[in-house]
Design a protein. Structure first.
Length: 520
C-alpha cells in the first residue's frame, strides 16, 4: 500500500515537472515574438488548460515556431488528458468511494477485512457470506483486482477500520503469503477492538484474547483425523510424504489417536522426517522407534522411494499420501493404482476427485469459517478451562489470561472429545455429534467405576503426556513452565489418587456439551 502511494506521488511530480518545463519554454519562445498574444505565465497556463480540456477558446495561440511545436504537443495530449481524468475518476470511485459507501451502508452487519485477494481469501469470504449471520467482505490493498466474494479497494486495512465505528463485529484476516507481514499487521491491530485471525506458523507465548494465529498445515491435519478417525487400536498406517503437511498429520495423529491403553498403532513414515525428529526428541518416550511393537504404538521412518517396499502398501490398513505438492500426490496415486494391489483405504491430499481414493485437504475444505476461526473448538476449550477453574475454586487462570501453550493444550483436549464419545459409545461412527449423543456418552462415563474408570483416566493421561512431550516438555520433580518441566509427565501408575482424578475433567466437558451446564 505504501509503495503504491509512493509510485502515484512520483508520477504526479514527474508530470508536474514536465508541464512546468513546457510552460517555461513556451513562455520564453512567445515573449520574443512581436505578434505574440501569449505574454505571461498566466497566459501560457490559460492556453494549456483550454487546449488540454479541448475547449480551445481561440483568444490565445502561439505564433513562434517553438511555441507552435509545444502547442501541438498539448493538443496531442488533450485526448490523453481526458482519458486520464476519466481513468482517475473511475479508479477513485471503484477503489475508494464505492468501497467506503459499501462499508458504511452495511452498518450493523458483520464485516470481514482481508489484507489480500488470494484464492484462499476469496473461498473464505464466500463462506462467510453464506453464514446465517452473513459477513460483508472487503479486500484491502488490492487495486486492479475484482472478486465475486466481496469488494476490492486500494485502501489499507487500517484505513478501512477508521470508517467503522463499532469494530466488535469486525474480523480481520491476515492471509498474505508473507507471514511476517501478517504478524506485523496483527500486532498493529491489537487495540482496534476487532477479532484478528493471522496465518502464521509462529505463535508468541502471549496473545490478546481477540488475536488468533493459525496455519493451514495444522488445520488440514486436524480436519483429516476428525473426519477419518482411528477405529482399530492395532491399525497399520503408511504415511507417504515429506514436508509441513506430512509432519502436521503425524504430530496430530500421535496426539489425537489415543483410544486404548493397550493400543499398538503402527505408523510407517516414508519420506524425509529428519526435521520432524529434531523438533521432537522425546518421540521414543511416546512410541517404539524403528520396529513394530505389540504393546505400544510404533513409528518406523524410511527415507527411501515410496515404492521401494511394496509389501508395506499391501499390508497397510490405510495409506495417506500427503506431500506438500499436490501434483506429486496425484502422480503417486496414479502409479500406486497402476502397478499395485492395495488392501487398505487410500487417502490423498488433492483437490480433484480420484476414483478409489478418499481425497482431503482441498482449499474449499480447509478455508471454512469453522476451521479458520475454530469457533466451536474454542468454545469447548474455554468450557474445559472453566471446569478446571471450578474444581480449583476459581484459583486457576481465566481463558484470556492463559498462555498460548495452555490454550493449545485445552484445544488439543477439545480435539479429543469425538474420540472420547466413540470410546464410550462404540456404536457411534460419526464425526459430529448432537447434544443428545453427548448426553448419552456422559451418562456412560458417569456410571463407570473401578477398572473401567481407571482405563478412561489412563487414556486421558496418555493423551496429555503425549501433547506435552511433543511440545518439548519433560519430567522434573518441580514444575517450571519457563523451562517446560512438569512433575506429572510420568507413567499413569506413578500418579497419586488425586492426580488420577484430575483426568476426569477432560471427560466432564461431555456434560456441558449435552446442554447441562457444569456446576462446581
Amino acid at each position: 500500500m505504501k509503495d503504491h502511494t509512493q509510485r502515484t506521488l512520483y508520477r504526479i511530480l514527474t508530470l508536474a515537472a514536465i508541464y512546468a518545463v513546457l510552460v517555461f519554454v513556451m513562455l520564453k519562445a512567445e515573449q520574443t515574438h512581436p505578434d505574440a498574444s501569449i505574454r505571461s505565465v498566466y497566459d501560457v497556463v490559460w492556453y494549456t488548460l483550454t487546449t488540454l480540456t479541448t475547449v480551445g477558446y481561440g483568444d490565445m495561440y502561439p505564433v513562434s515556431t517553438l511555441g507552435k511545436v509545444i502547442g501541438m504537443i498539448f493538443m496531442l495530449l488533450s485526448l490523453g488528458f481526458l482519458a486520464l481524468l476519466v481513468g482517475l475518476s473511475v479508479s477513485f470511485l471503484k477503489n475508494r468511494a464505492v468501497p467506503l459507501w459499501y462499508l458504511r451502508s452495511a452498518k450493523g452487519r458483520r464485516t470481514a477485512l482481508f489484507n489480500t485477494c488470494s484464492a484462499e481469501a476469496e473461498v473464505l469470504a464466500a463462506a462467510l457470506k453464506a453464514e446465517k449471520d452473513p459477513y460483508i467482505s472487503l479486500f484491502a490493498g488490492t487495486e486492479g483486482k475484482t472478486s465475486a466474494a466481496g469488494m476490492t479497494t486500494d485502501l489499507s486495512v487500517e484505513e478501512l477500520l477508521k470508517h467503522i465505528k463499532d469494530t466488535s463485529r469486525t474480523s480481520v484476516f491476515c492471509l498474505s503469503r508473507n507471514e511476517a507481514e501478517n504478524r506485523i499487521l496483527a500486532r498493529k491491530l491489537r487495540d482496534s477492538g476487532c477479532s484478528v485471525y493471522c496465518e502464521s506458523t509462529y505463535e508468541p507465548d502471549r496473545l490478546p484474547e481477540h488475536e488468533h494465529m493459525f496455519d493451514v498445515y495444522s488445520i488440514c491435519a486436524r480436519m483429516y483425523w476428525n473426519q477419518y478417525p482411528l477405529n482399530d487400536p492395532a491399525e497399520k498406517i503408511v504415511l507417504i510424504g515429506s514436508g509441513m503437511y506430512a509432519e502436521a498429520l503425524l504430530e496430530q495423529g500421535l496426539i489425537q489417536n489415543v483410544r486404548d491403553p493397550r493400543q499398538h498403532v503402527s505408523y510407517r513414515c516414508i519420506g524425509d522426517f529428519a526435521h520432524f525428529c529434531r523438533n521432537h526428541p522425546a518421540l521414543d518416550q511416546i512410541c517404539t522407534l524403528g520396529s513394530e511393537d505389540e504393546h505400544r504404538d510404533s513409528i518406523i521412518f524410511s527415507d527411501v522411494p515410496w515404492n521401494d517396499d511394496l509389501s508395506l502398501l499391501r499390508e497397510a490398513d490405510r495409506v495417506i499420501i500427503c506431500t506438500d505438492r499436490e501434483e506429486e500426490n496425484l502422480s503417486i496415486v496414479t502409479e500406486l493404482f497402476r502397478y499395485n494391489a492395495v488392501r487398505g483405504t487410500v487417502y490423498a491430499r488433492v483437490s480433484v476427485p480420484v476414483e478409489g481414493v478418499t481425497v482431503f485437504g482441498s482449499t474449499e475444505e480447509i478455508w471454512t469459517p469453522e476451521l479458520i476461526t475454530k469457533a466451536s473448538l474454542n468454545r469447548m476449550a474455554v468450557e474445559l478451562n472453566e471446569i478446571y477453574r471450578a474444581q480449583t475454586g476459581g484459583k486457576a487462570a481465566e481463558w484470556k489470561d492463559l498462555s498460548s501453550f495452555t490454550r493449545r493444550s485445552n484445544l488439543a483436549s477439545a480435539d479429543h472429545l469425538p474420540v472420547k464419545v466413540r470410546i464410550l459409545l462404540p456404536e457411534e461412527h460419526g464425526t459430529e455429534f448432537s447434544p443428545d449423543t453427548y448426553r448419552k456418552a456422559y451418562e456412560v462415563f458417569r456410571r463407570t467405576a473401578g477398572d473401567e474408570r481407571e482405563r478412561l483416566r489412563m487414556i486421558e493421561h496418555e493423551r496429555w503426556v503425549r501433547f506435552h512431550l511433543m511440545n518439548g516438555w519433560s519430567y522434573a520433580p518441580v514444575r517450571d513452565n519457563s523451562a517446560r518441566r512438569h512433575p506429572l509427565i510420568v507413567p499413569y501408575e506413578q500418579l497419586s489418587v488425586s492426580d488420577r482424578e484430575k483426568d476426569d475433567y477432560a471427560w466432564e466437558i461431555l456434560k456441558v456439551l449435552s446442554g447441562n451446564e457444569h456446576k462446581a
